[in-house]
Design a protein around this ligand. Structure first.
Ligand SMILES: [Zn+2]
Length: 100
């Protein structure tokens, strides 16, 4: 018995990205949002890119077939971080903005 296999917690399903990755439209970091708010096609493109085996150099942005371009502004997903350069943007999810 290998101890590793009993601690399966760190092994996430290969197809899932962490939802706490934040993106912004290329050139508009103020419009930062979570990946879960992206159009479906763009989210799919991001997944495909992130799950490709590393080898190419990191990309500056994600270009989807629909014509949109996205910057990754922050991510805790190591696969996304490995594939994309992250652009610093305004903080997301710091929880202080619920004035309304
Ligand atoms: Zn798209």
């Amino acid at each position: 018995m290998i101890e590793k296999t009993s601690r399966g917690r760190s092994e996430r399903p290969k197809s899932a990205l962490r939802p706490d990755t934040a993106v912004a439209p290329g050139g508009a970091p103020d419009e930062e949002r979570y990946v879960t708010a992206m159009p479906g096609c763009c989210l799919r493109s991001l997944k495909e890119e992130a799950l490709v085996e590393a080898g190419e150099r990191r990309r500056l942005s994600l270009a989807c077939g629909c014509g949109r371009e996205w910057w990754i502004t922050s991510t805790l997903d190591e696969r996304v971080a490995r594939r994309f350069v992250t652009h610093g943007g305004p903080r997301v999810g710091s929880g202080g903005n619920s004035a309304a």
